[in-house]
Design a protein around this ligand. Structure first.
Ligand SMILES: Nc1ncnc2c1ncn2[C@@H]1O[C@H](COP(=O)(O)OP(=O)(O)OP(=O)(O)O)[C@@H](O)[C@H]1O
Length: 580
């Protein structure tokens, strides 16, 4: 009962009229609209003699609004009355190009209305013309009041009636600023055009400031993020494929202030690569139409919402990485990497290469250890990790001791290229070998592993599959590519890795069926193949490929890593991602 009363109270607050005004339709003199703004949206109410029609544009479909003024017409003189020609031309008040004869203030409202039955969003602009007063500044004040209330609602703030009259004086401050990293090489190389033509207009409608940097070479984004003055931005958006975001995330974990950085920054991805698994997964998890593919991400960039997302810490014998998508061994990784030469084709390259790989079907021998989802990670004992268990530190020939001016507690600290550990005193002094001069070699920080190191034995609550495999693919997103719906049950922040295993006993036709069903997610109901093709949730895993046979490819988020032992553990909700 109390719940019902509370709910109805909430509904009342949602539907309470914050602002209301009557407007005339520009070209139809007798057509009148009552326009109401409530916490739930913009209500356009058309009243005829005997009927009332209401259309509500939900706040979540509105991305921004701007106050504009009508534009001075060429060859017009000041005494001419406002022309209501077919196209209304408006300009920013500060442009100096406005028409002094028109005292109206125009509020442009930009909405992308969800048509769920058509699986798309349509862009709509609603123009409200404020002209009740004889003076422009009075009309502008009124339009500005609507703008400020609407902006607050778009940001997700609850607006009450109490302070509504303040809104024309107290502007809503935009505290967001985005760093956009665009790769001109991703996908079929159209990222720059996609950004300028489709994304910039949306960011402008939402009045979100951004700084654009075009990557100049592979790893540019990683270096940029590692070394930049990060805190001038509130979010990073990559325009490219999963590989570009992989660079950015690993660049973040190469910063000593990674813990603060991941609290401060929200990540977004505008799909412009051949592999767009994360963009597709975010759209899927948010129930957004992926049509056109870049729209959900662009809308997400304008909104003030984010969700926590799991990351997986990957350890190989030579490096530590942070991954958001998948670890692959076998047919899917082989297809991904071997089809590189067909990059210009876009995503169809995968279909073509799949056919080739089915004909020459390969399997790989090895062991797959995993910690089931219902088991708890037993923090490893010192004896498991020889690297960290040394009671005596082997000092290099020369040691530089320095006090850091900002005291940082570092959980783990590795060179990305070597397994050398570094030692930090708890009081904030750093002990660093001068052989690795600062700034020359990146080091991977990030949360400390709870697993034994990759060369050590695993605890007894781990399970093991041994034999030959056509594929072992671990995913922590629903999609690892636009049409690769590998883990339908996955969530952005469920703390689970989904292990998809195909044993070598699978026939060619079963593998073909599996690949065909991947786009719909129906591969997991493989009708009696459960002992051959299976998917199950785990918290951590280790793959040890047989060393005495020809290597294939191992990938992390679609990027090749060295072929050999690899282990992974999930860190639930480690970073924030933009969601529409
Ligand atoms: N300016 C550049 N020149 C060359 N390489 C670049 C440049 N910018 C980024 N890269 C690299 O190109 C690769 C493109 O990856 P991305 O995921 O963005 O696109 P993609 O088309 O999906 O590629 P892939 O299929 O390799 O994943 C990344 O590995 C990145 O390091």
């Amino acid at each position: 009962m109390a719940g019902t009363i509370q709910q109805s109270g909430l509904d009342d607050a949602q539907n309470k009229t914050l602002l209301e005004e009557t407007f005339y339709v520009l070209k139809k003199k007798n057509s009148v609209f009552r326009v109401k703004l409530t916490n739930s949206g913009l209500h356009l109410i058309k009243e005829n003699e005997n009927q009332v029609k209401t259309q509500i544009i939900p706040v979540k479909d509105i991305i921004g609004c701007r106050c504009l003024r009508s534009k001075k017409e060429r060859n017009s003189c000041a005494c001419q009355s406002l022309s209501h020609g077919s196209s209304l031309k408006v300009v920013d008040e500060k442009s100096g190009d406005h028409d002094d004869a028109d005292m109206s203030a125009y509020l442009y409202i930009y909405a992308y209305i969800l048509r769920s039955n058509q699986n798309k969003r349509d862009r709509t602009t609603i123009t409200l013309r404020f002209r009740s007063f004889d003076r422009y500044d009075e009309n502008y004040k009124e339009a500005q009041r609507w703008r400020m209330v609407l902006k607050k609602l778009i940001r997700g703030d609850e607006v009450s009636m109490v302070n509504i009259s303040d809104y024309n004086i107290v502007p809503v401050k935009e505290d967001r600023r985005l760093l956009v990293l665009l790769s001109p090489k991703s996908g079929s190389g159209k990222g720059r055009m996609l950004f300028q033509k489709k994304i910039v207009p949306i960011l402008q409608e939402a009045e979100i400031p951004f700084d654009l940097h075009i990557t100049q070479y592979a790893n540019f984004a990683r270096e940029f993020v590692r070394n930049c003055q990060l805190y001038q931005w509130t979010g990073i958006i990559v325009v490219g494929g999963d590989g570009l975001l992989f660079e950015v995330i690993n660049g973040i974990f190469e910063r000593w202030d990674w813990a603060e950085a991941i609290k401060h920054i929200t990540f977004g991805i505008i799909p412009g690569g051949t592999g767009n698994g994360l963009a597709r997964s975010i759209a899927h998890c948010s129930g957004e139409p992926y049509n056109p593919p870049a729209l959900p991400a662009a809308i997400a960039a304008t909104r003030n919402f984010n969700e926590m997302m799991d990351l997986v810490r990957i350890e190989t014998t030579s490096q530590i990485l942070f991954s958001f998508l998948s670890v692959g061994w076998g047919i899917l990784s082989d297809i991904d990497i071997e089809s590189e030469g067909l990059r210009a084709l876009g995503e169809p390259r995968y279909v073509l290469w799949s056919l080739a790989r089915i004909i020459g079907l390969k399997s790989y021998s090895g062991k797959v250890y995993y910690l089931p989802a219902d088991a708890t990670i037993t923090p490893f004992e010192k004896k498991y990790e020889p690297l960290r268990s040394k009671s005596k530190v082997d000092l290099p020939s020369e040691v530089l001791l320095e006090t850091t001016d900002t005291r940082q507690r570092l959980d783990s600290w590795y060179s990305a290229a070597s397994r050398r550990s570094a030692y930090f005193s708890t009081t904030g002094s750093s002990y660093q070998s001068t052989n690795e001069s600062a700034g020359e070699e990146p080091r991977m920080y990030g949360p400390a592993s709870q697993l034994p190191c990759i060369t050590a034995a695993l605890p007894s609550n781990w399970k093991c599959l041994a034999g030959r495999f056509i594929m072992v693919h671990a995913s922590y997103q629903t999609h690892i590519g636009t049409d690769l719906f590998v883990a339908p049950q996955s969530k952005l922040n469920d703390g689970l890795i989904w292990l998809l295993v195909i044993h070598a006993s699978a026939s060619r036709s079963q593998v073909v069926q599996f690949l065909l069903r991947l786009s719909s997610g129906s591969h997991i109901n493989s009708n009696g193949w459960d002992d051959i093709i299976k998917i199950f949730p785990v918290r951590a895993f280790r793959i040890e490929p047989e060393v005495n046979e020809a290597p294939g490819y191992m990938t992390v988020d679609g990027e090749v890593v060295e072929y050999g032992p690899i282990q992974a553990e999930i860190f639930p909700g480690l970073i924030k991602v933009m969601v529409p």
